[in-house]
Design a binder for this molecule. Structure first.
Ligand SMILES: [Zn+2]
Length: 234
């Protein structure tokens, strides 16, 4: 699983580079993966494959975008469309069509997020729109009932707005305490991913799947390093 946030968003200050991969880098990364024999699957497909409910391609890659920044549709989607590849977006429902206001307090850039129509268009291309709560809270810090409600309400609103079954989830900020994975299951999800680094496999808890983070300075070689070399360095 690859973790992306922003692709091709404007860069004026150093803070703007945070989790913001330039469009040409993203395109080269996708082409490299295709040349290496990888095939993209959605998180739902990956979860089914890992659980033995469905077949996976020999080298599956699950491309994920947290939060649903508008550059995902304008900058990342064209490169994926060339390959016929789907991706997965984690959308906090209270912010759809608005901005990532939760980042304002920590000095991160506040950018436009995709609206419902744009999410539906990506869904039409085979993309999966998956759970990321309603308001993007740190779930580990919330009382269980509130955390459950954030996850469940986010899932239900996505299902209603997108007329789709929503089965996968991503913890905002990667924030989860020992009970959060169980709450995600109770909220109706079959799998969830974190911000922990590593390759996801069938031996792991499906509610704590790691991802490989791709940073703004990573070009195709950087992605190779993160995928194949860094994990071996331990
Ligand atoms: Zn997020």
């Amino acid at each position: 699983m690859l973790m992306y946030h922003k692709v091709g968003e404007p860069v004026a200050t150093r803070a703007d580079r945070f989790l913001n991969v330039p469009t040409p880098s993203f395109r080269r990364q996708m082409r490299l993966l295709a040349r290496l024999g990888f095939r993209a699957v959605t998180f739902g497909d990956l979860a089914d494959g890992l659980a033995g409910r469905a077949e996976l391609p020999a080298k599956p890659v699950c491309i994920t975008f947290d939060d649903g920044y508008s550059g995902v549709a304008t900058q990342a989607a064209p490169a994926l469309r060339e390959l016929g590849w789907p991706a997965t977006i984690f959308a906090p429902t209270a912010h759809v069509g608005r901005r990532n206001d939760w980042d304002a307090a920590n000095g991160k850039p506040v950018l436009p997020l995709l609206g419902w129509d744009e999410l539906r268009a990506l869904q039409g291309d085979g993309w999966e729109v998956a759970g990321h709560t309603r308001t993007h809270p740190r779930l580990a810090d919330l009382p269980d009932e509130q955390a459950l409600e954030e996850m469940r309400a986010g899932r239900e609103e996505l299902e209603e707005r997108l007329s789709a079954t929503v089965r996968t989830f991503c913890y905002p900020y990667g924030s989860a305490n020992v009970r959060t994975p169980e709450l995600a299951k109770e909220a109706g999800f079959v799998a969830a991913c974190t911000t922990h680094s590593g390759w996801a496999d069938a031996a792991q808890d499906p509610f704590l799947l790691p991802r490989v983070k791709v940073a703004s300075r990573d070009d195709a070689w950087g992605l190779c390093y993160r995928l194949f070399i860094r994990p071996k360095l331990g």
